[in-house]
Design a protein around this ligand. Structure first.
Ligand code: HEC
Ligand code: HEC
Length: 251
């Protein structure tokens, strides 16, 4: 009797393990189809967010983006605090779809997509409500008059005079962002590495040289968000985290 059971063990084991392994993947396959993801985004945009759940889910993000959502001064990790909820949902979906390359972050988006639209809405609402950093990194600040003209002539129509973007139209808030992150995105938009970029914007950005893209990144990094959006001090700490919460090395 016991021997029979032992003989069955590997079989039971493999059924159990394949069941465990396969079921989340089977599910992931379902939610991963392009059409389903678009529906997911639509539903997430309409859902009423639960900030408590957003707070729980944000622990997965804080390791890289920091508990304040301010990213790192080097711009390796962008500030996400204060970004429009709709933009966060859209970018998460693009990254999850592989429409925007972000291999390090990709695995951290899986739990959100397995849980469905509600948790996407929750995390995005939480992120959008975090106060922005007062001291993002900037460029040299030279030739800003030329930069302003470039910006006003080309970018303002979508990102707004002050870089505030447009939540309805999914135009990102870009002011107060780290300089090097902005510059990297503009390079990636120019070369096509950032595949999800708006077609009209790509056309514009392609005609700029790297010096002009540096000026634009510098100018945008200097645009100040409304003071109601910004933390009162550079020492502000997110009270939802214990002191000394471990984050990724400052890169
Ligand atoms: C392993 C590190 C890592 C983790 C964990 C991580 N991210 Fe990111 N995230 C990045 C990097 C790196 C980028 C910038 C990629 C690039 O340069 O295009 C990024 C970009 C983003 C962007 C796009 C920012 C923009 O302005 O377009 C959003 C939104 C975002 N992350 C949200 C999140 C959320 C929400 C979580 C938690 C579920 C999370 N991230 C977890 C590394 C991470
Ligand atoms: C036609 C509207 C439009 C115009 C004009 C436009 N953008 Fe964009 N921009 C977008 C949209 C939509 C996105 C988000 C899509 C995406 O994921 O790439 C975006 C994304 C960006 C990002 C990435 C933001 C982030 O957080 O990762 C930067 C930086 C940016 N734009 C800068 C510029 C600059 C500088 C100009 C002017 C040279 C410009 N844009 C002109 C619509 C526009």
């Amino acid at each position: 009797m016991y021997r029979n059971y032992l003989r069955l063990l590997p079989l039971l084991n493999s059924i159990f393990i394949s069941g465990l392994l396969m079921s989340p993947f089977a599910h992931a396959e379902k939610v991963n189809s392009e059409e389903k993801l678009d529906i997911l985004v639509e539903q997430a945009l309409k859902a009423t967010p639960n900030l408590e759940n957003g707070k729980m889910m944000f622990r997965n993000c804080a390791v890289c983006h920091s508990p304040e959502g301010w990213g790192t001064p080097s711009g390796h990790f962008p500030q996400i605090a204060g970004q429009h909820k709709s933009v966060v949902i859209k970018q998460l979906s693009d990254i999850h779809k592989g429409n925007r390359d972000n291999p390090t972050m990709l695995p951290f988006t899986i739990p959100l997509f397995l849980q469905g639209p509600q948790s996407l809405a929750d995390i995005a609402a939480y992120v959008s409500k975090l106060p922005m950093m007062p001291n993002n990194s900037m460029g040299y600040g030279a030739q800003m008059a030329e930069a302003k003209k470039l910006y006003d002539d080309n970018c303002e129509q979508c990102h707004g005079a002050n870089g505030e973007g447009d939540a309805e139209k999914l135009y990102p808030r870009i002011h107060g962002q780290h300089f090097s992150y902005l510059e990297r995105q503009l390079h990636w938009i120019k070369t096509g590495k950032r595949r999800n970029a708006d077609k009209k914007m790509v056309k514009q950005i392609q005609k700029f040289n790297y010096r002009e893209l540096e000026l634009l990144s510098d100018y945008v990094s200097r645009l100040r968000p409304d003071s109601s959006m910004v933390a009162e001090s550079i020492y502000w700490k997110n009270p939802d985290f214990r002191a000394g919460f471990y984050t990724a090395p400052r890169r």
